[in-house]
Design a protein around this ligand. Structure first.
Ligand code: BG6
Length: 487
């Protein structure tokens, strides 16, 4: 296999993300030989841990996986801990020494990945110090991976980006959106551009509408501190959903390379129709969960303001005004405490122009990307019903799910993305211009909401365990449509 040589410096190395996602992902890369003898990880955080303690945490974080004691020990022996205050210049000096030492010890050839898994307020101070204290190398690559949220709105995102760009050029900045690492999200361009069937039909003439659902069963859990300020629009729409929209509506990239893909994604996001206040009111629905299903209301969750107006649900109708997709409604919805955890995209095609088989309406052809829980795809077609008497039409499903063997090899989101960082492939990361246009759109919605006085009884407006407020269904009904998934 293609062994990658690199030093990872993880800021926020004791945190939840590192333990739940990064270490298991690194371990999977290790098991497959992509990381082997020539890698090392420095975890930093404020806590005064030592290497032993840190390595134990790393072993714990992979203990649920298929792993032998020997593998766990070998893998975790590559991990080093450095307690660190991100504001203290001196600490970067210590970090630099350790980094150089490990570079020698493991012959890492100067390749470094700086992973910022911390609160965004520290992103620019870290980048600054990493650069000015000489943690970047001359002989290898220096890539910085940035977790979401990238800014809180357009302005703060621009500021953050400017600061980061003083120290790292755009080509070395990897803005993570873990949805872009999901197998079925990655499959969108494959289906669209390698099948003439879809290539030919993928436009306003044949697509009636597109429906994107990212539904979660969990509530806000331990993250109210962040979520109260963010809300579902910033948390899920600005990044995951709009990235998905870009993949669904972009024109075909000239070649399937990061440079060309990003060009087309940027154009698609630039073409998002930005709403004024009336447009937002007409096209967007927000919700907040009340009690239900044995769960408490959002306002009764820990650390949540009892009068909070933070939205835990969003539905919207958006448009990408480019030549192919103009006027095709794209319906999106996401929320916490909905019926179940499920992510699906339904591309709904227009009916055949005339039904020769009878009076009734034919059912629509729908292409579904089933992202979660069981990755797969489905195409609903009309076919002949098995019957003696009558020649009639019924809907059939062509369904594909990868076999168990392939599924077990399917890399999880972070793993695939980390591997891409090592290879220097940024096709599954958000370019700054994509982030810019996403925020420009999201700000228009946010601003309209912020300037609107919410009626006292507006929230909560949906029960835990439901599929969100009635208004989300009405939104589609206005156009004579309905949600195909959990209507
Ligand atoms: C994160 C959001 O980006 O995505 C969370 O901050 C959300 O609120 C999560 O729960 C969903 O990710 P996944 O992979 O579980 O669908």
């Amino acid at each position: 296999t293609n062994e990658q040589k690199a030093l990872f410096i993880i800021f926020g190395g004791t945190g939840d993300l590192a333990q739940r996602k990064l270490y298991p992902s690194l371990f999977n890369l290790y098991k497959q030989g992509f990381l082997k003898d020539h890698f090392a990880v420095i975890g930093t955080a404020r806590r005064p841990w030592n290497n032993e303690r840190y390595q134990e945490i790393v072993r714990n974080s992979i203990s649920g996986m298929e792993v032998t004691a020997k593998q766990a020990n070998e893998f975790s022996s590559h991990f080093y801990y450095q307690s660190h205050n991100v504001n203290d210049t001196q600490h970067y000096e210590t970090l630099r020494k350790l980094a150089d030492e490990l570079d020698q010890k493991y012959t890492l050839e100067g390749n470094r990945v700086f992973y910022l898994a911390m609160s965004p307020q520290f992103f620019s101070i870290i980048c600054q110090h990493v650069k000015t204290q000489g943690l970047v190398t001359d002989n290898g690559y220096n890539r910085v991976v940035i977790e979401k949220p990238f800014g809180h709105d357009l302005q703060s995102a621009c500021e953050l980006n400017e600061e980061i760009n003083q120290y790292f050029p755009e080509k070395d900045v990897y803005r993570i959106d873990h949805y872009l690492g999901k197998e079925m999200i990655q499959s969108i361009p494959a289906l669209r551009f390698s099948n003439n069937l879809f290539n030919a039909l993928w436009n306003y003439r044949y697509i009636d509408n597109i429906q994107i659902t990212l539904s979660e069963a969990l509530g806000v859990e331990e993250r109210a501190g962040y979520y109260e300020d963010a809300g579902a629009l910033r948390d899920m729409v600005q990044n995951h959903i709009l990235q998905t929209v870009a993949l669904l509506t972009m024109n075909a990239p000239m070649t399937y390379t990061d440079e060309d893909i990003r060009k087309e994604k940027i154009s698609a996001l630039k073409a998002l129709r930005v709403y004024d206040a009336a447009g937002v009111k007409h096209n967007f629905v927000r919700g907040q969960y009340g009690p239900g299903n044995g769960q408490v209301a959002y306002r009764d969750e820990n650390q949540v303001d009892p009068e909070s107006t933070t939205e835990t649900f969003v539905a919207g109708r958006i448009f990408v005004d480019n030549m192919n997709m103009a006027n095709v409604p794209i319906y999106l919805r996401t929320g916490k405490r909905l019926t179940k955890k499920e992510t699906r995209i339904d591309v709904v095609f227009k009916n055949a122009p005339y039904n020769i088989f009878g009076d009734g309406q034919l059912n629509r052809n729908i292409l579904s990307f089933k992202v979660e829980p069981n990755p797969g795809m489905e195409l609903r077609l009309n076919g002949k019903k098995v019957d003696y008497e009558e020649y009639s039409i019924e809907t059939m499903k062509l369904h594909h799910e990868h076999g168990a063997k392939t599924q077990s090899k399917m890399p999880v989101g972070y793993e695939k993305l980390l591997y891409d960082v090592l290879k220097g492939d940024s096709s599954s990361f958000s370019h700054w211009d994509e982030v810019y246009y996403s925020w420009r759109f999201v700000d228009s919605v946010r601003n309209a909401w912020d300037n609107e006085t919410l009626a006292a009884d507006a929230f909560p407006n949906y029960e835990c365990g439901s599929m969100g407020p009635q208004a989300s269904k009405d939104l589609l009904a206005e156009d004579g449509n309905n949600w195909y998934l959990s209507p």
